[in-house]
Design a protein around this ligand. Structure first.
Ligand SMILES: NC(=O)c1ccc[n+]([C@@H]2O[C@H](COP(=O)([O-])OP(=O)(O)OC[C@H]3O[C@@H](n4cnc5c(N)ncnc54)[C@H](O)[C@@H]3O)[C@@H](O)[C@H]2O)c1
Length: 262
């Protein structure tokens, strides 16, 4: 069984929100060290202070990273190895919800996750401390079902589901010993939700906002972080973890819609 104890993690977008909760919950479960790769230095500083206060000093580093810039993501991986020698867990968490700036949203949510996955594929084989590395991609319930007011955001999360599904097959695991897991949080109380205004919808879909997202129950980020721990310690390669309405549900394999011809 995979244990978090003494492992090293890199988490994008972990300066605040659910990402910071992931880092703290992993430290509570014995994580040795973490890299916070976030675009916002003030959030990064605050995150480091909170981590030092609760878990002691020199447990984490902040690397200013815009996940849409491949070189910056790579620098975060390099600095992790310089600081901690190993890398065992990569969580591609950075994301925004704003269909009004959909090209930027696609760049952050999809390109950022692809950069993180490709670098993790290399670094987790070279620098893991145990016999297995883990990639955790953060999708959403919007990656599994339709959301009429935010179709582009939903498309970015469907893309992450597709990426994880194809990377998380047995053939890849057998060669690399990298486990690919996916978390699909439901609506969770963070600035991504509390700062959301209807103008973040594209004008064509804005009218549907009030009968769409607000009908979903809101949960606390702590419960999503608990879901991460369950996924890391018990999740099989290619498994999906829906954390919605404060309940954690494991889907070992998303069903295939098509079958290969016999
Ligand atoms: N909050 C929800 O309801 C919810 C539900 C499902 C999925 N998610 C997903 O969970 C992840 C985290 O969401 P959250 O609610 O914590 O959001 P948040 O807005 O609270 O935090 C996002 C973090 O990402 C950072 N960030 C933004 N752009 C970045 C970039 N280009 N490069 C690096 N860092 C960047 C921000 O500085 C911030 O610290 C996202 O991928 C989001 O889509 C959130």
């Amino acid at each position: 069984m995979f244990t978090i104890k003494d492992k090293v993690a890199l988490v994008t977008g972990a300066g605040s929100g659910i990402g910071l909760h992931y880092v703290k919950e992993m430290f509570r479960n014995g994580l040795r060290a973490a890299t916070i790769a976030d675009i916002d230095p003030s959030k990064g500083d605050q995150a480091l202070k909170e981590i030092a206060q609760e878990f002691g000093s020199n447990k984490a580093i902040f690397v200013k990273t815009d996940v849409t810039v491949q070189k910056e993501v790579e620098a975060a991986f390099k600095k992790t190895i310089e600081a901690f020698k190993n890398l065992d867990i990569v969580i591609n968490n950075a994301g925004i919800l704003n269909d009004d700036i959909w090209e930027k949203q696609i760049a952050i949510n999809i390109n950022g996750t692809v950069y993180g996955c490709l670098l993790a594929w290399d670094y987790l084989q070279k620098y893991r401390s145990g016999n297995e590395g883990v990639i955790v991609n953060i999708a959403s319930i919007t990656g599994l079902t339709s959301f009429m007011s935010i179709p582009v955001y939903a498309a970015t999360k469907h893309a992450i589901v597709g990426l994880s599904k194809s990377m998380g097959v047995k053939e890849h695991y057998d060669r690399t010993k990298i486990r690919v897991l996916t978390i699909c949080p439901g609506v969770t109380d963070t600035p991504l939700i509390s700062d959301f205004v209807t103008s973040y919808c594209l004008p064509a879909f804005e009218a549907t906002y009030k009968v769409d997202l607000p009908r979903w129950p809101k949960q606390k980020p702590e419960v999503v972080a608990k879901g991460l721990i369950q996924a890391l310690t018990t999740g099989t390669n290619g498994s999906f973890w829906v954390v919605n309405n404060s309940k954690i549900q494991n889907i070992p394999h998303l069903p295939e819609v098509l079958e290969l011809p016999k």
